[in-house]
Write a protein that binds this ligand. Structure first.
Ligand SMILES: Cc1cc2nc3c(=O)[nH]c(=O)nc-3n(C[C@H](O)[C@H](O)[C@H](O)COP(=O)(O)OP(=O)(O)OC[C@H]3O[C@@H](n4cnc5c(N)ncnc54)[C@H](O)[C@@H]3O)c2cc1C
Length: 482
């Protein structure tokens, strides 16, 4: 989804009043004593059919919760104004970056969605950091940063995600083995808390709030602006695609190269084969600007059954799947994704077991499997398995042609696999199509749950924010208590 210019919406019918008795937003001020004028906004609040329908779906096309209004903020102040208004009138608010959630995480039933595509300015790029609005897509930031010879140290595989949306979940990629997640590379945030306070936070200032928000699934504050780390960028990437006959050969090779850190980028895939099975592929990348890397050194001891080596520009590599995803997205296929973090010790057993039933059709084509180092993941809200190494397993399922029953079957499979992963000490990477109750979320956070609950009480006491995650029960409108 592209960035939008707020001016393209100004012709739409903007909200001017709110009726707290019926919870309806009004585009004209009626002779109705219960209606109240909404505060001044630099952007606009809209209730047109197209905006509400768009905000009631996401990349997954599985959950549909319809808001009553959509804010297209014209300023940071608009976000604070609407969150405060929501507090006064017991409304819920869901920030929406690019809506690339798969199960309604950025939706709200009857509340207000804040569409961050209109708050998407890159304010500053220096040799070691960028200051950007939360609605900026990584693709735009990376383009601008590379023009200055710098780039974020870690990127997600797909760059059409917003800075605010990814910093709310974590942000993992093939360079996480060396640099942690996107959240580990966030230096400072400007946020609007659930009560509507605009606060700047970092490791040195309001640290508790900073750590609550990074990977905090939108529960405590809305990110409006972020300062993120940049490093000197290479110009080229040499990419090695190493094929292995068995899953355990792949994971053994991945563990070896993770341990010695020889690649700048490390991922891996289960790739569909002609006989309806999978081939096992290690994807290693080595960045360079002048002299290319030494293939013999990089391939020492790896013994793949097939090797493919290509050189591409660094930008082409970072942006390698953008077009494909745009084409898939246009098909609007139900996409019941499952992303889990597996403890190293259980990975071979769980994936081997999974492969006895998993078909390429059920996996949505390519599935991702790669290890990373836990010690670099420093933000407390990101829940990962114990042990120095864990693997990401990502089933990027898509139901084609769309079929509700088939989507439900795959979500039920997600539920079962998630239970198996939890029992083995694994965790969910919370971007999934899963049925999670508040009790399941308590189980997810485990020892951290008291801290999560108390951060919610401190920063979003009326439980206004991000109801689509389903972590907390709604506050009772009658009593005002949880
Ligand atoms: C094609 C595709 C590829 C992906 N690849 C990767 C990958 O390589 N690595 C990876 O880690 N993840 C990946 N993801 C998952 C992705 O990081 C998350 O789904 C992310 O939340 C999507 O970003 P978004 O801007 O669309 O967020 P949204 O879906 O809009 O929002 C996600 C959550 O964050 C909240 N939120 C959004 N903006 C803000 C804000 N400004 N402040 C506070 N809360 C906010 C929302 O309310 C919601 O709860 C991928 C997803 C897709 C669809």
């Amino acid at each position: 989804m592209a960035q939008l210019d707020r001016r393209t919406f100004l012709a739409g019918a903007a909200v001017v009043a709110f009726d707290p008795v019926t919870s309806h937003w009004l585009t004209s001020f009626p002779e109705n004593t219960s209606a109240i004028q909404i505060p001044h906004l630099d952007g606009e609040l809209v209730t047109d059919e197209q905006s509400l329908t768009e905000a009631a779906t996401d990349y997954g096309h599985l959950a549909h919760r319809r808001p009553r209004a959509v804010l297209r903020p014209g300023s940071v102040r608009d976000v604070a104004t609407v969150v405060r208004f929501a507090n006064e009138h017991r409304l819920t608010v869901a920030a929406r970056g690019q809506g690339h959630s798969t199960f309604g995480q950025a939706q709200t039933d009857g509340g207000v969605v804040i569409d961050f595509r209109t708050l998407a300015t890159i304010h500053e790029i220096t040799p070691d950091r960028a200051v950007v609005d939360a609605g900026v897509q990584w693709l735009d930031l990376i383009r601008a940063a590379l023009a200055a010879g710098v780039a974020p140290p870690v990127s997600t595989d797909y760059l059409g995600l917003s800075v605010g949306g990814t910093l709310s979940v974590g942000g993992i990629g093939g360079a996480s083995q060396h640099f942690g997640l996107l959240v580990d590379n966030a230096l400072e945030l400007e946020v609007v808390t659930g009560e509507g306070r605009l606060v700047t936070c970092s490791a040195d200032q309001e640290r508790d709030l900073f750590e609550a928000v990074l990977g905090g699934l939108g529960q405590f504050a809305v990110i409006v602006r972020a300062t993120v780390r940049l490093v000197t960028a290479p110009t080229m990437a040499r990419v090695y695609t190493l094929t292995y006959p068995r899953i355990t050969d792949l994971t053994a090779a991945q563990r070896a190269v993770l341990a010695d850190g020889r690649f700048d980028y490390l991922e891996g895939q289960l790739v569909p084969t002609d006989d309806d099975g999978f081939a096992f592929v290690l994807e290693g990348g080595s960045w360079f600007t002048s002299a290319p890397p030494d293939d013999d050194v990089l391939l020492t001891g790896l013994a793949p059954s097939g090797v493919d080596v290509v050189d591409v520009t660094y930008f082409e590599w970072l942006n390698r799947i953008y077009e494909t995803v745009e084409q898939i997205e246009a098909l609007r296929l139900p996409s019941p994704w499952l992303n889990v973090f597996l403890p190293d010790a259980a990975t071979d057993e769980i994936v081997t077991e999974l492969l006895t039933t998993l078909t390429p059709a059920d996996a949505g084509g390519v599935a991702l499997l790669y290890p990373t180092n836990r010690s670099l993941i420093t933000r407390p809200q990101v829940v990962v398995p114990e042990g120095p190494v864990f693997f990401l397993l990502a089933l990027l399922r898509a139901v084609s042609p769309p079929d509700d029953a088939e989507a439900e079957r795959l979500i039920a499979e997600n539920d079962a696999l998630y239970a198996r992963v939890r029992a083995a000490g694994g965790t969910g990477y919370p971007v999934n199509a899963l049925h999670l109750s508040p009790a399941d979320w308590r189980d997810h956070y485990a020892d951290r749950w008291p801290a999560v609950r108390s951060a919610k009480a401190r920063y979003d006491p009326r439980r206004v924010l991000a109801p689509g995650q389903g972590i907390f029960e709604a506050v009772s409108r009658a009593s005002g208590t949880p």
